[in-house]
Design a protein around this ligand. Structure first.
Ligand SMILES: [Zn+2]
Ligand SMILES: [Zn+2]
Length: 510
């Protein structure tokens, strides 16, 4: 026996023995209790690195532990192979993304085996293989059938470097998470998943044993706010409309001393008075040159201009000046807010800068609210300056005000979410083709299930141009309409790679 451990001799010997014996193979008809040990599957980015093993080693240990406890352990692995990382790397090196990806997979598979992980390689999946992505397409069709996949024109995050749209989650501090380019806003027709339908369900952690930081992340991501939608009639001749605002603090409505609209709000043009017109137009033009990230920055000075118009506070009949300011976004909520400077720091600063009234509507143990306030305070004791509500304690104030608004018909209790529907189409080559067809007569028609997969064509000039490279392949794009047989066109956008990895845990098991 050798007196030194020689991995080059020993490891291949035992690997061959394990493979021959099918040590890690899993069979459905096994009588031992089943156990599914799922680990993240890697991007085929090139070489394995410590980070991969940081994820895989604990999972491998857990899988082995369960086997030793007598379970029939399914411990599969695969490759999350579509998406921008592969495509961008392929463009840099001037090679085909498919070749590049499969080359990496071969190398990483060999490295994973060398490390001795106990994967069942017979169940390996690769998301860019047609026999995988036909089912990604099938999921898309199922969601479409149920009205959960839809097409809409929407302001999208556009990365000029990657020449594609990004999901909100792929934008970090205004920059593309892949290329670090500043992200722009563009209005484009895109495919979405209606994930907002599930906002409440996604907040139900009852049956889940998740660590607290994870549930907190999920809560922040969904961003549920409870409050009310209130309607303030616009006091402008010929405009028979009300400004609808969502507020988490309907109990401060008597302290609303100005309204703020997003400069792009459709009412701005119709309510601005003649003497304010030039100022408002200049401000709107200036806003269009500012990015959304800058607009939301807390450090930036809060600018704004008066429209000359007023709204009526339905609770007390007071006239409230309507301003526009770029820190209000037309894409968020109703694009309009009621401002209560006495009880909101941002509104307080804005009121100070522009000489607007500050009316406290709660008293406070340490603040004399009959004197001008030195700062806003958020929580108070009981309502003041609030008509019939004076004296109502803070903890009863919100339901009392909502009840009144509902009884009088100028508002309702409401819940909003920060969560937006998931934008899942990409104008890039290296992804699952979206299985839809555009027909001049029939409109958008799903590809029949029997025609799946819609195979991604090879030999495409895939450098990004802002349009999907698939638009250039006429023989692929032109297709008979499944409904009327006229010549129609395939959808040329591909799916966000996160769609492929949303369901891989199910693909392993058959
Ligand atoms: Zn980018
Ligand atoms: Zn048709």
């Amino acid at each position: 026996m050798a007196d030194r451990y020689d991995p080059h001799a020993l490891e291949p010997k035992w690997r061959a023995r394990w493979d021959a014996g099918g040590l890690d193979r899993v069979h459905d008809d096994d009588e031992r209790p089943p156990y599914y040990a799922l680990t993240m599957f890697p991007y085929p980015s090139g070489e394995l690195h410590t980070g991969h093993w940081y994820i895989i080693a604990p999972s491998d240990t857990a899988a082995r532990f369960r086997r030793m406890q007598g379970h029939n352990v399914l411990f599969p692995i695969g490759f999350d192979a579509f998406g921008l990382p592969a495509e961008n790397a392929a463009i840099e090196r001037g090679v085909d993304p498919k070749e590049w990806t499969h080359g990496n997979i071969d190398r990483m598979r060999q490295q994973l085996r060398m490390m001795g992980a106990s994967f069942d390689w017979e169940r390996e999946i690769v998301t860019c293989d047609p026999d995988y992505y036909r089912w990604t397409q099938w999921w898309f069709l199922k969601l479409y059938e149920r009205g959960l996949a839809y097409r809409a024109e929407a302001a999208a995050n556009w990365c000029p470097g990657c020449q594609t749209v990004l999901a909100n989650e792929q934008v970090l501090d205004g920059l593309c998470e892949r290329s670090d380019d500043p992200v722009e806003r563009r209005f484009l027709t895109q495919w979405f998943f209606r994930i907002t339908d599930y906002a409440e369900e996604l907040l139900d952690f009852d049956s889940l044993d998740w660590p607290e930081p994870v549930t907190t992340m999920q809560r922040n991501w969904i961003g549920r706010s409870e409050g009310a939608t209130l309607r303030f009639p616009v006091d402008v001749e010929g405009v028979d409309e009300a400004l609808s605002v969502f507020t988490t603090r309907p109990d401060t409505v008597y302290g609303a001393t100005f309204m703020v609209l997003a400069p792009e709000h459709e009412l701005v043009e119709r309510i601005t008075t003649g003497d304010q017109l030039a100022t408002v137009e200049a401000y709107v033009a200036a806003t269009s040159r500012v990015t959304e990230v800058e607009r939301l920055s807390t450090e930036r000075e809060k600018t704004g201009v008066f429209t000359g118009a007023y709204a009526i506070n339905p609770f007390n009949g007071e006239r409230i000046p309507i301003w526009i300011a770029d820190y209000v976004l037309v894409t968020y909520g109703t694009g309009a807010i009621m401002a209560v400077p006495a009880h909101d720091e941002r509104d307080f600063a804005f009121a100070g800068d522009h000489g607007l009234d500050v009316i406290p509507v709660f008293d406070h143990a340490e603040v004399d609210v009959s004197e001008p306030l030195e700062a806003a305070f958020v929580e108070g004791g009981a309502m003041v300056n609030s008509g019939a509500f004076d004296g109502t304690p803070a903890d009863e104030a919100i339901p009392a005000v909502i009840g009144h608004a509902e009884a009088e018909g100028f508002g309702t209790g409401a819940i909003t979410y920060r969560l937006r529907d998931w934008l899942i189409s990409r104008q890039r080559y290296w992804g699952t083709p979206i299985p839809m067809i555009h027909c001049d007569t029939c409109g958008v028609v799903p590809v029949p299930e029997s025609d799946l997969p819609v195979v991604l064509p090879d030999d495409v000039h895939f450098e990004p141009t802002g349009q999907s490279p698939l638009t250039q392949i006429e023989e692929w794009v032109n297709v008979d309409c499944p409904q009327c047989s006229a010549t129609a066109r395939r959808e040329t956008d591909t799916l966000d790679t996160f769609m492929c990895s949303s369901w891989y845990q199910m693909r392993y098991v058959d």
